[in-house]
Design a protein around this ligand. Structure first.
Ligand code: ADP
Length: 511
């Protein structure tokens, strides 16, 4: 098969579909190829959580005492320690001062600048060799200042967000949006529809194998279909790489890992088997700079035995309590994911339980399904979750010391009353956990996201090792590097794939 088009998109997850839609909206003729038999990638199996400042939904969220204290601390941050972000911090301090001066501090404060500073603080890390990394400022700025317009763009294409705002694990602030549809379905179905309505051609079972370069410019792609049919696609305007990460390629994870001394070949993953890093290999072959490859994100809360994201129940990070097999809390549940994963790896059997109650789960119907689409009754039967009317019974089912666990839960509720956690410094609290039935979900860390990838600039152009754009080559989503540095905030990946996917499509179409 040989075809000529203007823009070729490689990969049919969220980033690829957003790029295809946006390239077509910008007038380009588009072909998207996807190696698996269906669209969706990891985006489809994610929780779909989207972080953004939101002038419509956030004014309905109450400010807590703990978050107010966080804002006060920001006023004391030293700009000199914020490098490229110093101006953003200065602007943010001005906003916070205004907020305190306004006299109405009952409603949640947020801004793109606060999101940028959280992304910076949450991503600044040092690798095992002592090299420090933080998110490239211009990329983070692009992410947080375009996140809300990306929500509006998605809504205009039929994606529906819930009214409520929460904090997905490791998001650091209540700015997480949830889809109305489960998992990433709302995104994938609506984006696919929009892409095909605009005339984009989608070729499934078609795996890109190599980029075609002519006179220093990427002009097309060679691919192979699952029945062996060779494919050549020429792209007169550009190629968008949107192949996702390499979390399911354990060999590659171990080859590049420069953050986790504990990782070995037994590590599980939340990813689909298709997340094998193909785009990184293809990009490297044409001279792309690889950025931050050593930073691998472990999802602290994977399912024991499978690594899966689903198969459990929990509320927003404010209401989650983690206890170990000794029945004790051991970490600030509102911390970044790498902090949570590192702490989990130190617990007995590298396993812990997420404790929830009826209120924090939103009074669920135990004959119905969880937000992940699992049947409650199946989860109970398979001991994926434990449910009990008393904390004592819950502890028995979990196999943890009853008295210790019950005392620990009581103590936590006093921390909620005081809005202060003297043991682990939890930064934000929801309701107390005191309403039966109580729930426990066993969890263990598994490979979730690979922060590193093809280095891009704010137009989503892929850079070569000299820092100049490679003509005709764009990248977006998990395959790209530069946004998330050493630790990606929970809920920032979906924001990233749609924001940069949209930019990549427009750039490739010539805008
Ligand atoms: P992102 O969140 O960055 O969009 P996803 O994991 O959701 O990443 O989607 C990436 C998609 O790219 C997956 O559906 C995967 O099957 C596809 N893919 C990966 N490698 C190739 C390849 N070589 N050719 C075509 N599609 C690919």
């Amino acid at each position: 098969i040989s075809k000529d088009t203007e823009v070729v998109v490689i990969g049919g997850g969220g980033a690829g579909l957003a790029a295809a839609v946006s390239a077509a909206e910008n007038g380009a003729k588009v072909i998207l190829i996807e190696k698996s038999p269906s669209l969706g990638g990891n985006t489809l199996r994610s929780g779909g959580e989207f972080n953004s400042y939101d002038p419509v939904r956030q004014p309905n969220v109450e400010m807590t005492k703990a978050l107010t204290h966080e804002l006060e601390e920001i006023l004391a941050f030293d700009e000199q320690e914020f490098g490229d972000y110093a101006d953003t911090l200065r602007t943010l301090k001005g906003q916070v001062e205004e907020y305190f001066k306004s006299g109405d501090t009952s409603k949640l404060f947020d801004s793109p600048e606060l999101h940028a500073i959280h992304t910076y603080i949450g991503g600044k890390r040092t690798d095992l060799e002592g090299k420090e990394i933080s998110g490239k400022f211009e990329l983070v700025d692009t992410l947080t200042s375009n996140s809300y317009s990306t929500i509006e763009w998605l809504e205009s294409h039929g994606v529906k967000f819930q009214d409520g705002i929460g904090t997905v694990l490791g998001a650091l602030w209540p700015r997480t949006h949830h889809n109305v549809e489960p998992l990433g379905m709302g995104y994938i179905n609506n984006m696919e529809k929009r892409a095909t309505d605009l005339g984009a051609e989608i070729m499934l079972n078609t795996k890109a194998t190599r980029l075609i370069v002519e006179n220093g410019r990427v002009t097309g792609v060679t691919a192979e279909q699952s029945d062996g049919t060779p494919v050549t696609l020429m792209a007169s305007k550009g190629v968008v790489m949107a192949t996702g990460g390499f979390g399911a390629n354990t060999e590659m994870v171990l080859e590049y890992n420069n953050y986790w001394p504990e990782l070995d070949a037994n590590i599980l993953t939340t990813n689909t088997t298709n997340a094998t890093g193909d785009g990184i290999v293809m990009g490297k072959e044409v001279g792309a700079s690889l950025w931050g490859m050593g930073f691998i994100q472990l999802m602290p809360s994977g399912q024991p035995g499978t690594g899966a994201l689903s198969g459990g129940v929990w509320g927003s990070a404010e209401t989650q309590i983690f206890v170990n097999k000794e029945g004790k809390r051991y970490v600030n549940e509102y911390a970044e994911r790498d902090v949570l994963a590192a702490a989990a790896l130190e617990q007995t059997d590298q396993t812990f339980f997420i404790i929830s109650d009826n209120t924090s789960l939103g009074n669920p119907d135990l004959n119905g399904k969880t937000g992940w689409g699992d049947n409650y009754q199946d989860l109970i039967k398979n001991k994926n979750i434990f449910v009990a009317d008393t904390l004592e019974d819950l502890a028995e089912q979990m196999g943890v010391p009853v008295d210790t666990f019950v005392a620990e839960m009581k103590k936590y509720n006093t921390y909620v009353d005081n809005q202060f956690d003297p043991e682990f410094g939890k930064k934000n609290f929801g309701d107390k956990l005191e309403t039966a039935p109580f729930f426990a979900t066993p969890r263990t860390p598994s490979v979730h996201h690979t922060m590193g990838g093809l280095e891009i600039n704010e137009k989503a152009q892929v850079l070569n090792t000299e820092g100049s754009p490679i003509e005709g080559l764009f990248a977006a989503g998990e395959v790209a590097g530069g946004v998330h540095a050493g630790n990606r905030l929970g809920g920032n990946a979906i924001t990233d794939i749609f924001t940069f996917g949209r930019i990549a499509g427009a750039s490739a179409a010539g805008n």
